[in-house]
Design a protein around this ligand. Structure first.
Ligand code: ZN
Length: 290
């Protein structure tokens, strides 16, 4: 399986932290009925997105984009040494395979110019920091980390009410190190890279579109987790802060890219994770780009 591909004048690498069965699909998508699951089981299994126990299969990964101007990392997975009592599968991860995958793509931590977190959930901020002598320090020492301003404000407020561990160990240390930049979720970095507000999963979630003059590729973050949410856009996942808004965002996004040649690079679909969007009845089909 190749994890490196070229789109227009940009090289993109997937840095995979893990790919595994995650949770029962009906637990993950609370409004998914038995009948709907039965109707979709066959093609979901064929796509590798559902296992024999009806568990959702996800990939957890970062994308690294090399534009003519910058090297940009989008989302940073779960990370190492992080105490995650609420997520047993992600608790105190260790190992060097993530940084080795980065090295295999020809990059060291000092090569990253920007880190973009589509939102501030546990599996999108983890490698922002690493543990050195008992302190959390930026993993990517030369990078500017772009957080959406309203997203940051929301999690700052949540954390003041009761501790939000990923915010404390993977976001605040970046701010304390002065490596962050709070931006609008519609921020344009330059002629190659644009953020797009895609709220619902979290209050100020953003997607990232790349390409000069057109969206050659777009990084969805968590506006979608499983291809069944393209077929049935109303299926929102249990952790969406606003499931109605999340569904509207998902439909608008899929409509925008339907029948275009934009490569939609999802955060969590199983490998190869990137798809083209095509119409499928009232909904959409996600055709993997091999
Ligand atoms: Zn996620």
């Amino acid at each position: 399986m190749t994890t490196s591909f070229q789109i227009a004048d940009m090289r993109i690498d997937r840095i995979i932290e893990g790919e595994y069965a995650f949770q029962g699909l009906q637990r993950f998508l609370p409004s998914l009925s038995d009948a709907m699951l039965a109707e979709n089981r066959g093609w979901l299994q064929e796509a590798g997105a559902l296992n024999a126990e009806d568990f959702l299969v996800i990939c957890v990964q970062s994308y690294v984009v090399r534009t003519p101007h910058h090297t940009i990392m989008i989302d940073t997975c779960v990370g190492n040494d992080k105490s995650r009592p609420a997520f047993p599968a992600w608790d105190m991860q260790s190992g060097d395979h993530y940084l080795r995958a980065l090295a295999a793509a020809g990059l060291g931590v000092e090569d990253i110019d920007y880190v973009m977190c589509t939102h501030l959930h546990v599996d999108h901020v983890g490698w922002n920091t690493k543990l050195i002598d008992g302190r959390w320090v930026p993993t990517f020492p030369k990078a500017k980390y772009l957080f959406a301003d309203k997203e940051y404000a929301y999690w700052n407020e949540q954390n003041a009410k009761s501790p939000v561990l990923p915010f404390q160990d993977s976001v605040l240390p970046i701010v304390e190190a002065g490596r962050h930049e709070l931006v609008s979720s519609a921020h344009e970095l330059n002629d190659h890279v644009r953020l797009m507000p895609t709220p619902g999963h979290t209050p100020d979630h953003y997607a990232v579109a790349i390409g000069r003059g057109r969206d050659a590729a777009v990084f969805t973050g968590d506006l979608i987790h499983s291809p069944i949410q393209a077929r049935h856009t109303e299926l929102s996942m249990r952790a969406d802060v606003d499931p109605i808004q999340s569904a509207a965002t998902r439909r608008a996004f899929l409509e925008r890219y339907c029948d275009t040649d934009t490569a939609c690079c999802t955060a969590h679909f199983p490998s190869p994770s990137r798809v083209k969007v095509r119409r499928w009845g009232e909904g959409f089909r996600c055709d993997p780009i091999g």
